[in-house]
Write a protein that binds this ligand. Structure first.
Ligand code: FE
Length: 335
């Protein structure tokens, strides 16, 4: 009799853990080095295995699109609200009912339709040469279009989604013609041709090829960890602008559950976990980004750059105005 109960209990426990151990499959534009420790931790805590493939944003989206209903992906994890918006707009993601995510992720950093949620925040801000610029000379993104910055500005190429999102958010804030004038002013102020990446733009500022640039802070953080003596510093623009809602341009890396997920509940649980507590620190700190969850403090190296006010406009505008943004930059001859 006893033995019978033990066998039944074992079979039940076995089948329950099998049921709860249905794997979650993630398509990730974030690299393995960043996500594997996180997923290992998730498996350790929950017993749920996470399978993933990594790739660049474009090819991952194309794969998801091509696979349609046959995809094995439960979760899409990618960078930039522009890419997340595009995935949602193409119907590749499904809306989630999640009080937990509503609580963990501030409203301007998630899809109003609940198809995707920011998981880390990247701030695109001003970096300046400390020997050539006083912080009191700096104020806003818009001011970098003024004649006083002629021959003093470096920019990364407009081909990068980060700048497309920045300009899209300026369109959301100012409208198209005022933004066109701002971007035209930036182009007129360029000291040298545009750079292929943020790090090269910061190095040019450090070398005195130009005095100011616009970059994501984690590139600044990585470069300064290698070369702490470089004469460059971060400035938080648009902090004290009267009469309109503005602030530092922020963007996100984030995730959503796919339309054709085989394990949507498992996918949702994983995203909820990624937006919470310790996972937030692991996720944000490893790339010197900011946690999206306001309850979680940034890494000390990141916190050292000071606090700042976000632009409160929803980051989905970076996606919905992307085409408009690219066309505007093209007209301004921003290469
Ligand atoms: Fe980046």
């Amino acid at each position: 009799m006893n033995r019978f109960f033990i066998v039944v209990a074992l079979v039940l426990t076995g089948s329950m853990s099998l049921a709860s151990a249905q794997p979650v499959v993630v398509y990730s534009a974030r690299n393995e080095q960043l996500i594997k420790p996180l997923f290992d931790q998730y498996t350790k805590e929950t017993g749920v295995p996470v399978q993933f493939i990594t790739g660049s944003e474009g090819p991952l989206l194309a794969r998801l699109r091509a696979e349609g209903a046959n995809t094995s992906a439960d979760v899409l994890l990618t960078v930039d609200a522009g890419n997340l918006w595009q995935a949602a707009n193409e119907g590749l993601l499904r809306p989630l009912q999640s009080p937990s995510l509503q609580a963990s992720v501030p409203a301007h950093l998630r899809d109003p339709g609940n198809s995707w949620f920011g998981l880390s925040v990247r701030a695109r801000t001003i970096v300046y040469n400390t020997a050539r610029v006083k912080p009191t000379e700096l104020s806003t993104y818009e001011d970098l279009a003024a004649p006083k910055w002629h021959g003093r500005l470096c920019l990364r190429t407009s081909k990068k989604v980060y700048n497309q999102s920045l300009v899209a958010m300026l369109i959301a804030e100012h409208g198209e013609s005022a933004t066109q004038a701002i971007v035209q002013g930036w182009v007129n102020n360029l000291a040298v041709p545009v750079f292929a990446d943020d790090t090269k733009a910061i190095e040019a500022v450090a070398q005195g090829q130009c005095d100011v640039t616009l970059v994501n802070t984690y590139y600044f953080g990585r470069l300064l960890q290698k070369s702490p003596q470089l004469p460059v510093a971060i400035f938080w623009p648009n902090q004290n602008v009267a009469g309109r809602q503005t602030g530092v341009h922020v963007n996100v890396s984030g995730a959503g559950v796919t339309r054709h997920a085989k394990n949507p509940a498992g996918g949702q649980k994983l995203i909820e976990w990624l937006a919470s507590g310790k996972a937030q620190s692991l996720f944000a700190d490893s790339n010197l980004e900011y946690p999206v969850n306001p309850q979680v403090a940034p890494a000390p190296a990141v916190a050292a750059w000071g606090t700042f006010k976000h632009n409160p406009i929803n980051v989905k505008e970076a996606g919905s105005r992307q085409v408009q943004s690219v066309q505007l930059m093209d007209r301004a001859r921003y290469k």
